[in-house]
Every structure is written in structure tokens, then in C-alpha cells.
Design a protein around this ligand. Structure first.
Ligand SMILES: [Zn+2]
Length: 188
């Protein structure tokens, strides 16, 4: 992972912590809403300057504040808060696939993977035999399964021929990756 990513991730964490601290100090939902709106505008500004990772961090922080209002003050302008939250989240998601990229040969693991079929069933049967050797490294039926992350993206790869020759080409996990995903409850 690049240091640029690390600094962006730290910026995002800082903004979320800052937003949470602000939300805790500020009494009124109107104040939180104003901060969220400012963060969204700063996100748009960063986007216009081509600072996509900074923009992503602002939108994530804005969405977090809107979520705080919805949770703590559910009766305060619920329509406007829901709209602001939806817009901030949509802006973040639109940026996510642009600014976070998995390296070549890694399959993105997300909720859009179809949890069915022969490989999934075999993965379920193999989940009990998964051995974690290191952080993000697993042995399944003598094949090495690895996980990697870039921001919110999670990727996996496996050394078996099924994944190397078919899975990565057609975008589906092999039974070994499924075994790890199921064992580690990654999609739950
Ligand atoms: Zn495999």
C-alpha cells in the first residue's frame, strides 16, 4: 500500500473522529446538519480540484454526521437528512471505485458476488478445514488464499489453477476463497 493511501486513510479517520467529537459537543441537530453540509461542499470543492481521495474522506465524514442526526434526532427534518445522507454516500461510492484499486490478479470481494453454485457449496464444505497461517493468509487444501485491502475495497486471490485460469478471468471466487469468506464471515 502506498503512503499516499495511508495519509488519505489517516485523513479519513481524523475527519470521522473530528466529526464525532463535533457532534458530541454540539447540542442541536441544526448545528450538526450545518457541519455535514459544509463537509459535503468541501467534498465537491476537492472533487473540482481533482483531489479525489480527499473528496472521498469529506463525503464519508458528511454521511457519518447525517447518520448521527438520523440516530439521535430522528424527528429533525428526516427527509432532508435522509437526502443529505444519500447524496454523501452516493458521492463516496462513485469515488470509491475510482480512487481505490486492487492490484492485477485480485478479485474484489463484495456483496454483489452470487452466493450459490458448485464452488460456493464446496467452499461451505471446506470452511472447517481453513487454516489461518498469518494475518490475511490462509491455507485451504494446500492452496494459499490471501486477502488484500485498499481503503474500503477487499480483494482475494488463490494459488489454485481454477482461480488462476478461470476465476480471475471471469470474476468468480474458487471454492478455497469461498471457504475463507465463509469461515471469516466476510460478507455477513
Ligand atoms: Zn482456489
Amino acid at each position: 500500500m502506498s503512503s499516499r493511501f495511508h495519509s488519505a486513510a489517516l485523513t479519513a479517520l481524523f475527519l470521522i473522529a473530528w466529526a464525532a467529537a463535533q457532534a458530541a459537543e454540539v447540542e442541536t441537530p441544526g448545528e450538526i446538519n450545518r457541519k455535514a453540509y459544509e463537509l459535503s461542499r468541501e467534498g465537491q470543492g476537492a472533487l473540482l480540484r481533482g483531489e479525489e481521495r480527499a473528496a472521498y474522506a469529506k463525503f464519508i465524514a458528511a454521511a457519518e454526521l447525517y447518520r448521527t442526526i438520523a440516530e439521535k434526532f430522528p424527528d429533525w427534518n428526516p427527509m432532508a437528512v435522509a437526502l443529505g445522507k444519500a447524496q454523501a454516500e452516493a458521492s463516496a461510492v462513485a469515488l470509491r471505485d475510482k480512487v481505490f484499486r486492487l492490484p492485477e490478479g485480485w478479485l474484489r470481494i463484495g456483496d454483489d458476488l452470487a452466493r450459490e453454485g458448485k464452488r460456493f457449496a464446496e467452499g461451505e464444505a471446506l470452511a472447517g478445514a481453513v487454516v489461518k497461517s498469518q494475518e490475511d493468509r490462509y491455507e485451504v487444501e494446500s492452496f494459499l488464499v490471501e486477502l488484500t485491502r485498499d481503503g474500503p475495497l477487499l480483494g482475494a486471490r488463490c494459488g489454485c489453477p481454477d482461480f488462476r485460469y478461470r476465476g480471475i478471468k471471469y470474476g468468480y471466487p474458487c471454492q478455497h476463497i469461498w471457504a475463507v469468506v465463509i469461515k471469516e464471515k466476510i460478507l455477513e
